[in-house]
Ligand binder design. Structure first.
Ligand code: SAM
Length: 189
């Protein structure tokens, strides 16, 4: 993801969690500044402890109702976050609002592989292996059933690009990762 951010960018990372995206952006790019937002303080606390850089700050915020002025950032990133939003389209509209003209949204999310053999293996893993492992290791059967349901039902590939276009993004493109089990979507304001 960090590869799509440019040197001197101001960056917003939504659903930053423990700030792994920002850590990787800081390693790869000489950014101007960055803000990580998440609705969970417990996640942000861990992220904060990982980054001691004056250019980076953290804010508690809902990805569907950001507190930033319009046209504030050159790049907005969100990894494995938009699928969990109750209204992903609203989140896309907020991303577009806070992006400067010409800025980029860079979104990483789980997707379903296109190759039928890989898809069959992956679906078996998602539906049977992952819930079994999740239940055995964490004792929480529900969390891993929820994960596979959201991955299977969330729009991916061209369907997600259509959501981005509907929100107002242009020059949208997608970059499947690891046989298509996740995808990076990029769109321009
Ligand atoms: C699976 S974690 C991903 C964290 C990080 N982006 C990464 O890739 O490691 C999802 C994060 O989304 C956050 N989140 C979920 N809904 C949110 C919302 N409406 N607004 C802001 N953050 C949200 C959760 O608190 C959690 O930290």
């Amino acid at each position: 993801m960090a590869g799509f951010v440019k040197d001197r960018d101001s960056v917003l990372d939504i659903a930053t969690g423990t700030a792994d995206v920002l850590v990787s952006v800081l390693k790869k790019r000489k950014i101007k500044m960055a803000v990580g937002v998440d609705r969970s303080w417990n996640m942000l606390r861990i992220g904060k402890s990982k980054i001691k850089d004056k250019r980076v700050s953290f804010v508690i915020a809902d990805g569907m109702k950001l507190s930033f002025k319009a046209e504030s950032f050159d790049s907005v990133t969100i990894a494995f976050g938009i699928r969990n939003m109750s209204d992903p389209e609203l989140c896309l509209q907020e991303i577009l609002r806070v992006l400067k003209s010409g800025g980029r949204a860079i979104i990483l999310e789980f997707s379903i592989p296109k190759n039928p053999i890989i898809k069959a293996i992956y679906m078996f893993y998602l539906r049977h292996v992952l819930p079994f492992l999740g239940k055995t290791i964490s004792g929480d059967h529900y969390a891993y059933r929820y994960l596979n349901k959201t991955i299977e039902t969330f729009p991916c590939g061209s369907d997600f690009l259509n959501l981005m276009k509907k929100a107002g993004f242009s020059k949208t493109s997608l970059f499947p990762q690891t046989f298509g089990i996740c995808t990076i979507y990029v769109g321009k304001k």
